[in-house]
Design a protein around this ligand. Structure first.
Ligand SMILES: Nc1ncnc2c1ncn2[C@@H]1O[C@H](COP(=O)(O)OP(=O)(O)OP(=O)(O)O)[C@@H](O)[C@H]1O
Length: 823
C-alpha cells in the first residue's frame, strides 16, 4: 500500500508527463511513491542502495547519512509500519530479487543531502525466501521484516548499519543474531525458528527487545552485556532453569511454556513489571517477593496448590493483575475471596476484573470488622426468632419514655467485671437482678450453673440459637457465650433492672437491638494486674493471655474512636476500689446516693470538653440519668416503684412526683382505651424493634421527619394528659422526663422553672462534673440533638432513640473524653 505522505509531510500525487513537477515533490508511479530530484527527475528505488561499490557503509560521507530517526522510542519499537498487503507471488527459487525488494520498500526518509531520499523499511513476508543477499545493498534500511520465509543465513544484513528493527520470525534460522552487529539494533524478533543455543550477544548492546519464542532453546545465555534489554520473551522453549538474566534491566520477561519448576534468580531484576511463567511446573511462589514494581504475574497452568504460597506475593505493592487459572489452588473453597483478601491491590484476577464488592466480601469473610460480626450475629438471632411462634416479651418492652433499665459491664477477660456484676446484684438486690448468660465453657470450681452461667453443651447452645432464644452470642477461644431473652426477661419479671457483663462484640450486637442499656467499661489499665489475674485462674494458655491483653487496647481505642460508646469507665486495677466507684455510680443511678466520695468516677480521665460547651453543665447538678420507672403497662418495676418501702421512691422531689403522676395518668389513659395517636405511631413506626441493616441504620431522629416528630407529640400528649394546665416550659421539661437524672428528681423546681436544691437530700458536690450527665437530657440540650442525628452513622454507634438523643451512650456528644492510660 502506497503512502500518501512523505516523512516531511508533503502531499503526493499521481505522476503524469504533462504537469510540471516541482523539485522535491512526491509522486506516485504505479502506486509506488517516488520523489523527484534535479538530475534524474525521478529518484528510483535504486537510490536507496550504497552510492558506490566498495565503500563501506560506515564510511559513508556524513552528508549521505539518513536523518530519518536513528533511534526509536519504545512505543515506536512496537509500532507496525509499512505493512505490505499486496499479493506477492512466491519466489520460485527462494532468491530475493530487486523487484521484490522494490515492492517491499516503504517509508521514505530524507537524507542530509536534500537531493537524496531513501527508503527506510522493507517488508517481504511469506515469500519462501532462502537467499536475501540482494538486501545487502540497501544499507540505509532501518527496519527489515522478512517473516514467514525459509531464511537460514542473515549475513547479508551485516552491511545494514542503520538497522534498528529486525523481524525474521517464522524462518529456519539456527543461530541467534549471526551477522555483523549494526550500530543500534534495538528490536529483534527471531521467534518460530530453530535456534537451539543462545550465542553471545554482547555486541548487540543496544538491544532493547528480544523475542525468541518458539525455538528450541534449553538455556538462557549470552545476554549479560545487553544492558538495555527491557523485553525478553523466550516462550515455548525448553528452558529448565531461570538463569542468565542477572542484572538485566528487564521490565518484561516471558518464560511461559517451558520446563521451569521454580522461580529463581530474579533477585536482581528490580525493574521487572510483567512476568509470564504460565505453562510450567511451578509449585511455589517463593522468589517473587521483593519486586516492588511487579504489576502482572501470569502463572496459569502451573502446579500451585497451597494458598500459603500467596505470602510471597501479597506484599508486592504494585501487583494489579494475577493469573492463577488452571492451578490446583483453584479448587480451594472461597479461593477467589481468599486471594483478594490477601492481595487487596488486585484489579484483575484470573482474567476477570475484580469488583469492589468482592474485596469487601473478602474482608468480611476473612477478617470481618467487629460491626459486621455483630450485625451478622444480630441478624441471625432475629431471623431464628422470627421463625418461632411470636411471643411478646412484655416485661422488657421499652415504654413510651424509657427502655427497660439494663446495666452492662463491658470489658476484656480478667477485668473482673463478672465479680463486680454479681457483687452489685447482691448489694442492690432490690433493684438489680443478674442476667445469667449461657456458655459452652467448662465451669470453674467455684461456679454454679444457673448462677454464674448456664453451662450448656455446644449442641444445646446451637439448638437454642436455632430456637431463636438468644439476643446475642459471642465466641471466644472456642467457647461460646450468649445472652438469652429469657435470662433478661426473668429478671424483668421480678421487677428488677438487669445487670449483665460481656465483651465488646456482645455490646455491638446489643446496640443493634431495642435494648438501650447503660454501658460501663471495666478495664484494668495495669496490664500486669490483668495478666496476673488471668494466670491465677489457670484457665488460659499463654497465647490466649497474650491475645486477651492485646484486646484490652481495642477497648480503649474503641472508646477513642467512638466517643460516647460507653457511658462510663471504671479502672479495675484494684477490684475493691473499682467496686466502690461502681457502687457510687449505681447509687446515683438509682437516686439513693449519699454525697459523692471525693473523686468522681472519671477522676484522672482527661476531659475533652470545651469550657463553654453548652451541653456541659458547669456544675455537677445532674448525674447519671435515672431510668424512669417503666412502664405504662404497669410492669412490676413500676409497681415496685409505687410501693412506699422501696428505697427508689425515697427522697423523691417535687419534679419527680409530678413526672410520675403524669406518666401514671398517661398509662391509665392508655389502659382505659384512650389511645393517643402516639401509641399508634409507636406500633407502626417505632423503629427500635426492627432489625437493623449492616449499613445506613436509621434510628429515631435520623433523617426521617416522622422520627423527629415522634418526641414532640408524645411529650405534648403526655403532658396534656397529666396536667392540662402545664406551661410550655413544663411541657418541654416533661419531654425530657425520660432523661431525668436522679439528682434532677431530687431537686425541686421553683415555679419560675429555676432549680433549687431540695432540703435534706444528699446531693453531689456541685463542683463535681460527672461525665455521665453530659448527655443526661439537660433541658437546654434537646435542640442540638437533631443536628447531630442528621448525620448518617455506622451501625456500631449507639442507636438514636426518641430519648436517645439525650441519653448517655447515644454518641451525640463526646460524652467521655478519650480514655488516657492513666486513671
Ligand atoms: N453473653 C455474652 N456475650 C458476650 N460476652 C460474654 C457474654 N457472657 C460472658 N461474656 C464474656 O466472655 C468472657 C469470658 O467469660 P469468663 O467468664 O471466662 O470471663 P472472665 O475471665 O471471668 O472475665 P471477667 O474477669 O472480666 O469477669 C468474659 O469477658 C465475659 O464477660
Amino acid at each position: 500500500m502506497a503512502n500518501t505522505e512523505t516523512g516531511t509531510g508533503a502531499k503526493g500525487r499521481e505522476w503524469d508527463t504533462v504537469s510540471p513537477v516541482v523539485d522535491g515533490e512526491f509522486v506516485y508511479i504505479g502506486g509506488e511513491p517516488h520523489i523527484l530530484n534535479y538530475d534524474t527527475n525521478i529518484l528510483t528505488l535504486e537510490d536507496n542502495r550504497a552510492p558506490s561499490v566498495g565503500v563501506e557503509a560506515n564510511e559513508m560521507p556524513s552528508n549521505l547519512q539518513p536523518v530519518a530517526p536513528l533511534s526509536l522510542s519504545d512505543s515506536e519499537l512496537t509500532e507496525e509500519e509499512g505493512d505490505n498487503e499486496e499479493d506477492i507471488e512466491l519466489s520460485p527459487d527462494g532468491i530475493l530479487d530487486e523487484e521484490t525488494i522494490g515492492r517491499g520498500l516503504t517509508n521514505l526518509g530524507k537524507s542530509t543531502d536534500p537531493a537524496h531520499q531513501v527508503y527506510l523499511h522493507v517488508s517481504v513476508t511469506g515469500y519462501n525466501l532462502t537467499d536475501i543477499t540482494a538486501l545487502s545493498k540497501y544499507i540505509y534500511l532501518q527496519k527489515v521484516e522478512l517473516p514467514h520465509n525459509e531464511i537460514t543465513d542473515l549475513s547479508p544484513l551485516s552491511s545494514l548499519d542503520y538497522l534498528l528493527i529486525l523481524d525474521v520470525s517464522h524462518n529456519k534460522l539456527t543461530k541467534l543474531l549471526d551477522f555483523k552487529p549494526p550500530k543500534n539494533l534495538k528490536d529483534v524478533n527471531m521467534s518460530f525458528n530453530q535456534i537451539e543455543e543462545m550465542s553471545d550477544s554482547s555486541a548487540h548492546h543496544y538491544l532493547m527487545k528480544l523475542n525468541l519464542d518458539n525455538n528450541k532453546i534449553s538455556q538462557i545465555s549470552g545476554l549479560q552485556s545487553c544492558h538495555r534489554l527491557k523485553y525478553l520473551s523466550l516462550a515455548h522453549n525448553k528452558i529448565t532453569k531461570m538463569e542468565g538474566i542477572d542484572n538485566l534491566p528487564l521490565q518484561y520477561l516471558n518464560l511461559c511454556h517451558n520446563q521451569l519448576r521454580m522461580v529463581e534468580n530474579l533477585e536482581t531484576l528490580q525493574k521487572l513489571g510483567e512476568l509470564n511463567l504460565s505453562g510450567n511446573h511451578i509449585r511455589s511462589l517463593k522468589g517473587l517477593e521483593d519486586h516492588s514494581l511487579l504489576e502482572h504475574i501470569d502463572l496459569e497452568g502451573n502446579e500451585v496448590i497451597d494458598i500459603t504460597e500467596i505470602r510471597y506475593i501479597k506484599d508486592l505493592g504494585m501487583l494489579r493483575n494475577l493469573n492463577l487459572l488452571r492451578n490446583p489452588i483453584q479448587e480451594l473453597p472461597d479461593y477467589r475471596l481468599c486471594i483478594l483478601y490477601r492481595i487487596q491491590s488486585l484489579v484483575e484476577l484470573d482474567r476477570h476484573r475484580v469488583e469492589v464488592e468482592e474485596k469487601v466480601a473478602s474482608v468480611n469473610m476473612f477478617n470481618p470488622p467487629l460491626e459486621v460480626i455483630a450485625a451478622r450475629d444480630h441478624i441471625m438471632h432475629v431471623v431464628y426468632n422470627f421463625l418461632q411462634p411470636s411471643r411478646v416479651w412484655d416485661s422488657t418492652l421499652p415504654s413510651v419514655e424509657t427502655p427497660y433499665p439494663m446495666l452492662v459491664l463491658v470489658g476484656p477477660q480478667g477485668s473482673g467485671k463478672k465479680d463486680l456484676a454479681m457483687k452489685l446484684v447482691e448489694e442492690f438486690s432490690d433493684y438489680f437482678g443478674y442476667g445469667v448468660s449461657h456458655t459452652t465453657r467448662e465451669p470453674m470450681p467455684h461456679e454454679a450453673s444457673g448462677k454464674d452461667y448456664h453451662f450448656v453443651t455446644l449442641d444445646k447452645f446451637e439448638m437454642d440459637i436455632k430456637m431463636g432464644q438468644f439476643i446475642q452470642t459471642y465466641e471466644c477461644h472456642d467457647n461460646w457465650y450468649g445472652l438469652q431473652m429469657e435470662s433478661v426477661e426473668s429478671v424483668a419479671r421480678e421487677g428488677l433492672a438487669c445487670v449483665v457483663h460481656m465483651e465488646l462484640e456482645g455490646v455491638l450486637t446489643l446496640k443493634n437491638t431495642y435494648f438501650e442499656p447503660r454501658y460501663v467499661l471495666i478495664l484494668p489499665l495495669d496490664k500486669d494486674v490483668q495478666e496476673r489475674r488471668l494466670l491465677e485462674r489457670g484457665m488460659h494458655k499463654e497465647a490466649q493471655i497474650e491475645h486477651i491483653l492485646m484486646k484490652s487496647e481495642l477497648y480503649i481505642s474503641y472508646n477513642q474512636n467512638h466517643p460516647g460508646f460507653y457511658d462510663m469507665m471504671v479502672n479495675s486495677d484494684d477490684i475493691q476500689e473499682a467496686y466502690r466507684r461502681l457502687r457510687h455510680l449505681v447509687m446515683d443511678y438509682l437516686g439513693i446516693g449519699l454525697s459523692s466520695p471525693p473523686g468522681s468516677e472519671m477522676e484522672g480521665i482527661p476531659d475533652s470538653r470545651e469550657p463553654g460547651d453548652a451541653t456541659v453543665p458547669s456544675q455537677g447538678t445532674r448525674t447519671w440519668s435515672k431510668p424512669s420507672i417503666p412502664d405504662s403497662s404497669m410492669s412490676q418495676v413500676y409497681q415496685r416503684a409505687r410501693t412506699a418501702p422501696s428505697p427508689i421512691m425515697s427522697g423523691r422531689g417535687i419534679v419527680e412526683e409530678a413526672s410520675l403522676k403524669r406518666r401514671m395518668s398517661a398509662a391509665k389513659e392508655a389502659v382505659a382505651g384512650y389511645v393517643p395517636p402516639i401509641y399508634e405511631q409507636i406500633l407502626t413506626q417505632y423503629p427500635r424493634t426492627a432489625p437493623q441493616s449492616v449499613e445506613g441504620q436509621m434510628g429515631l431522629g435520623d433523617h426521617d421527619n416522622t422520627h423527629r416528630a415522634f418526641s414532640a407529640p408524645v411529650v405534648n400528649k403526655l403532658t396534656t394528659a397529666g396536667s392540662s394546665s402545664s406551661s410550655s416550659s413544663e411541657r418541654s421539661e416533661s419531654s425530657l422526663s425520660g432523661l431525668s437524672s436522679a439528682s434532677d428528681m431530687r431537686q425541686g423546681a421553683s415555679p419560675d422553672g429555676s432549680i433549687n436544691e431540695a432540703k435534706g437530700l444528699n446531693l453531689l458536690p456541685t463542683d463535681r462534673v460527672n461525665p455521665l450527665e453530659l448527655l443526661g437530657g439537660d433541658k437546654g440540650h434537646g435542640q442540638n440533638s437533631h443536628t447531630t442525628y442528621d448525620q448518617p452513622r455506622p451501625p456500631s454507634e449507639p442507636r438514636a432513640g426518641s430519648q436517645g438523643s439525650q441519653r448517655l451512650g447515644s454518641a451525640k456528644h463526646r460524652v467521655l473524653p478519650p480514655i488516657s492510660p492513666v486513671l
